[in-house]
Design a protein around this ligand. Structure first.
Ligand SMILES: [Zn+2]
Length: 383
């Protein structure tokens, strides 16, 4: 008997389960390190519906988690043999072989090192080989040299490997690149046994970067490229295991606001979750509806601010300040209608009125006639 079993015996455990049989520890001489399916039997309890039973059960489970380093099995030994089942429990926070830290608010922020993708540090882009430089003209087919680094005499060998072997794996070499399926596009990068993909190609260049022509070649195709770890989503992969009715945070921020707000309105929660989420949902729904009321419901939440038009960013600022939904506050807005389409001005008026109806005072400095007409009071200042 191994030292480990002796130690367990000394701790007061009486039985183990080895290869399906329950045996006493003092009769376990034949058990060695090599014996498979070994379980320590912590307790065997007849189920009852009284306090003693539940106390003993709780003790046993706690001990099992301790001895099992976070894992425990419960086996039903019901006399009906078809009913025997063994269920596995784990009190570790893990899935798919990833052990998670307890989730907290920082896990969902790419501005925080805790939540940011470790590869791109939350930027979504890394410096690497830029797809758009490698295949700048997607209207060309592979045959027509869509893959730029593989044109020219010295590198055409790589292209020829793909073209000449394409019949082995049904690759449409005459199809324009932009019409290729995602599988075919990624095949060009990953290669197969018939040809070397672009990843291998560039790795080879890098491994011989002491050659000046390789360095020139690499520099020509290097640029900002989407991070391969988070696929440009900026969060560490663990964050995507947390889902709200099946959608991850990155799924949600990639939805246009009209679809996103519909999703939150239709969100079904049980009573417990509802109590927890109530305040948050109110805030989320308010903010989404403010953004849509100022005419921005075609945007997604992950749009980078430097890609917005002037009018769009103004309206976002407006929605941000309106979205805080304070009651009994005074809002002073300086020409909020600037840059707005007349149709959006109407919606803006509705927003301002909604704020008033919540119990706020809204003061607007404005030259727009439509907004002035809707005011409860107008103060005209000046000559
Ligand atoms: Zn990343």
């Amino acid at each position: 008997m191994s030292d480990k079993l002796k130690a367990l015996n000394a701790q007061g455990y009486a039985r183990i389960k080895a290869e399906g049989d329950i045996i006493r520890l003092d009769a376990a001489e034949h058990i060695t390190e090599k014996t498979k399916d070994l379980f320590l039997v912590v307790d065997r309890i007849v189920t009852k519906d009284d306090e003693d039973f539940f106390n003993r059960l709780a003790d046993a489970i706690q001990t099992a988690f301790f001895e099992g380093k976070g894992e425990c099995f419960i086996e039903s030994l019901s006399s009906a043999s078809s009913n025997k089942e063994m269920r596995h429990f784990s009190n570790k926070f893990e899935l798919d072989g990833i052990t998670f830290l307890e989730p907290n608010v920082h896990l969902f922020s790419f501005n925080n090192p805790y939540g940011a993708c470790p590869k791109c540090e939350g930027y979504g882009d890394v410096i690497g080989i830029d797809d758009d430089l490698v295949i700048p003209n997607t209207a060309l087919s592979v045959y027509e040299n869509a893959i730029f680094p593989w044109r020219g005499e010295s590198m055409s060998w790589y292209r020829d490997q793909l073209v000449n072997n394409s019949h082995h794996f049904n690759f449409p070499i005459h199809k324009p690149y932009f019409e290729l399926s995602e599988a075919h596009k990624s095949l060009i990068w990953n290669g197969n046994k018939y040809f070397e993909g672009l990843h291998t190609f560039f790795a080879e260049l890098e491994s011989k970067a002491y050659k000046i022509q390789n360095r020139v070649m690499l520099s020509r195709y290097r640029g900002k490229t989407k991070c391969k770890v988070c696929h440009g989503k900026r969060l560490r992969p663990e964050a995507n295991y947390v889902k709200i009715s099946g959608a991850t945070l990155t799924d949600l921020v990639e939805m246009p606001l009209d679809r996103l707000s519909l999703r939150f309105k239709q969100l079904e929660l049980n009573a417990h979750d509802h109590t927890i989420a109530k305040r948050l949902l109110t805030e989320i729904n308010n903010r989404l509806s403010f953004l849509s009321n100022v005419g921005l419901d075609y945007l997604t939440l992950n749009r980078k601010s430097n890609t917005l038009s002037g009018g769009e960013s103004q309206r976002i600022n407006l929605a941000t300040s309106l979205g805080s939904s304070l009651v009994g506050s005074m809002y002073i807005l300086d020409e909020p209608s600037i840059g707005l389409h007349p149709k959006d001005t109407e919606r803006l008026i509705l927003v301002l009125k909604a704020l008033r109806d919540l119990g706020n005072t809204v003061i607007v400095v404005e030259h727009d006639e439509d907004i002035m007409k809707e005011a409860d009071e107008i103060i005209d200042i000046g000559p």
